[in-house]
Write a protein that binds this ligand. Structure first.
Ligand SMILES: Cc1cc2nc3c(=O)[nH]c(=O)nc-3n(C[C@H](O)[C@H](O)[C@H](O)COP(=O)(O)O)c2cc1C
Length: 183
């Protein structure tokens, strides 16, 4: 049985690629990771994993509601697991938005979650105007305009700090090897 379960929600694949990198990093260190799209997580039993990490991107101000549903419905099975949440979003390209207090999306997600977590990681996402449909592009350009980000429709920027991702992998490994859980 793998040590760590990662359940992710990804609209355009960026969060999936971050989750895959976590899996690769951990695998190289002998830590087994099971990676599951939240859409296929209904019959999962997380109780056998040391760490359950659930994460996804922010789309129009919200995380995929299936993430909180997964955590809530499985809370009774995760009493002996270390529980982790990670969020991928564009406002986190600014360092002050990489904290729970500074990131309104993460704060809202946690406020509505009736269980404690052992760790929350906030990662900057990817901006990829050419891949967006017309309406999505206009909306994201507007958001960027208000937050001093790039608005040129040809812009593609991966804001993710991969050293942060690798440090996050190390933290998951530490959590998997040390058995204390959040109360
Ligand atoms: C339609 C759409 C809406 C988005 N809304 C937000 C938002 O409200 N706030 C934010 O910080 N990022 C927003 N983003 C940025 C995504 O969170 C970011 O691009 C992330 O890397 C996407 O990851 P994914 O491919 O795993 O879904 C949005 C992206 C898209 C495509």
């Amino acid at each position: 049985m793998p040590d760590i379960l990662i359940v992710y929600a990804s609209r355009d694949g960026h969060t999936r690629s971050i989750a895959q990198r976590l899996q690769r990093q951990l695998d190289e260190q002998g830590v087994q990771v099971r990676l599951v799209d939240v859409g296929s997580a209904a019959d999962l039993d997380p109780s056998a994993f040391q760490v359950v990490a659930v994460g996804g991107s922010v789309v129009y101000g919200k995380h995929d509601p299936r993430l909180s549903r997964f955590l809530i419905e499985n809370a009774h099975r995760m009493t002996d697991c270390r529980r982790v949440f990670f969020s991928v979003n564009l406002i986190a390209r600014k360092p002050e938005k990489q904290t729970i207090e500074g990131n309104v999306y993460v704060r809202k997600f946690l406020d509505n979650l009736p269980l404690n977590l052992d760790h929350v990681e906030i990662l900057a996402g990817k901006l990829d105007y050419p891949s967006y449909g017309f309406l999505d592009r206009i909306m994201i350009q507007l958001t960027m305009k208000f937050t001093d980000g790039p608005t040129d429709r040809k812009t593609v920027i991966d804001y993710t700090d991969y050293e942060q991702v690798d440090r996050f992998a190390d933290l998951l490994k530490t959590l998997a090897s040390d058995g204390v859980t959040a109360s």
